[in-house]
Ligand binder design. Structure first.
Ligand SMILES: *Cc1c(COP(=O)(O)O)cnc(C)c1O
Length: 420
């Protein structure tokens, strides 16, 4: 057994100051019945806790660290940018450079805005969609996560299929009554929502590969059919690529699946480990954003120069070598195979992996909900005790980075193979 005495001490102290001692719920390790580990530092594929334990990290800050922790090129960019000032609240050249890089790899993004978090990107994209179409309703999918803004924290209500209810207290019912809900991969529910609400729907928002209920890929034809329905009913299709952007390919899920959304949200990798996100897409839609148009959106730290420099350095590193995504695929496949060999039910798209503790093929939130979370917790604690840090929840993804060496992967597969 490894010792985590110092982490435990810090956790006790943190609980006095923050709810459950954390600044974001999943960090509290509640679903695996452990105390959180406090990180001292991280480099490459490894994180080191305050007790001196070393772990191979498959959380990777929940996605941003595709190059691994503290990548030298990104660090250099951040340090030299910081030396020129931390924030101006004014225009700077880096904003244009990052926008150009994003557009180069996401040709559907003709114009964009930089913001500070994925939550903010999605909230703003939906506002633009509503402003552009003059409609109020949005359609989202069960199990897809789009940040913690009020109107998106919904769960299925009783009664009518597409009726939704707030999934968090503190959210008035009135804030969610314009949010329709359909099952991921369930086209007939989407079609019925359109038959019922037709031209009241401003946009469909979807994670093109769902990664916040565990990894759930779109079934063949699902994204294509969403595109057709959006066209038929003249509403907008928004891909939330906060996780998938720059991860599944350099052009995200839209490049991988060949389906073009009207708007895209980006986060995580695009900020290279700094708080930065973006939303953008069709020029006519983005031209409705203030001060050009009447859709208000603003931010004191939006386009922050230090965060922008991290994003630029990260994208440049990713575009340097087009074998990067093949390498991620190869390494991730090895982990998938090791999990499959011990009988786990694995969903994987590129470097996003979830071992589901269920016999059933997981293609929706309902399927994922049937997993044996106690068994998952047992697996997760086992990995942790063997120096492997992975998402402490059945409903999250494991992230593989370019910093994971063949040795790291081999060790990981070996540990997995001995799980019982
Ligand atoms: C992480 C995430 C968000 C929210 O981003 P934050 O930066 O945590 O606010 C939104 N959508 C998806 C798909 C995400 O994975």
């Amino acid at each position: 057994m490894i010792s985590t005495d110092k982490s435990n001490e810090l956790y006790k102290k943190a609980c006095k100051f923050m709810p459950a001692g954390v600044n974001s719920p999943v960090r509290a390790f509640k679903s695996i019945d452990r105390n959180p580990i406090f990180i001292d530092h991280a480099k490459g594929s490894k994180i080191y806790d305050v007790d001196g334990n070393e772990y191979i990290d498959y959380v990777c800050s929940w996605g941003p660290n595709i190059l691994g922790h503290a990548c030298d090129e990104v660090l250099e960019a951040v340090i030299s940018s910081a030396q020129k000032g931390l924030t101006f609240g004014a225009c700077h050249e880096g904003e244009i450079e990052l926008a150009e890089l994003i557009q180069k790899h996401f040709p559907s993004i003709k114009k964009l805005r930089l913001v500070n978090s994925g939550t903010e990107a999605v909230m703003s994209a939906i506002r633009a969609a509503r402003g552009f179409t003059g409609r109020d309703k949005i359609l989202k999918f069960e199990g897809c996560y789009h940040g913690h803004s009020d109107g998106l924290l919904v769960k299925a209500g009783s009664g009518l299929m597409t009726n939704s209810m707030p999934s968090s207290s503190g959210v008035p019912v009135g804030y969610t009554e314009n949010t329709l809900l359909a099952g991921f991969n369930d086209i007939s529910e989407v079609e019925q929502a359109f038959i019922r609400h037709g031209k009241e729907i401003a946009c469909i928002i979807v994670e093109p590969v769902a990664a916040n209920m565990g990894v759930v890929p779109p079934e063949k034809g699902f994204l294509e059919r969403l595109r057709e329905l959006a066209d038929e009913y003249e509403c907008l299709l928004i891909f939330d690529e906060v996780i998938t952007g720059f991860r599944l390919s350099i052009g995200g899920a839209q490049q991988l699946y060949g389906v073009t959304p009207d708007l895209t949200t980006l986060g995580k990798i695009v900020g290279g480990g700094m708080p930065l996100a973006a939303y953008g897409g069709r020029e006519d839609v983005m031209n409705t954003v203030a001060p050009l148009g009447s859709v208000y959106q603003a931010g004191t730290l939006s386009g922050n120069p230090v965060a922008v420099s991290a994003g630029i350095a990260t994208i440049k590193a990713l575009e340097k070598d087009n074998s990067i995504y093949d390498e991620l695929e190869r390494k991730s496949k090895k982990i998938e195979d090791a999990m499959t060999l011990i009988g786990l039910n694995v969903n994987r798209v590129g470097s996003l992996i979830t071992p589901f503790f269920t016999e059933r093929h997981v293609k929706s939130f309902d399927d994922a909900s049937l997993c044996n979370t106690a068994e998952f917790a047992h697996f997760c604690r086992y990995l942790l005790d063997n120096g492997i840090y992975s998402a402490p929840s059945q409903f999250e993804a494991m992230f593989v980075s370019l910093a994971h060496s063949d040795k790291d992967i081999e060790y990981t597969c070996d540990v997995i193979s001995k799980f019982h």
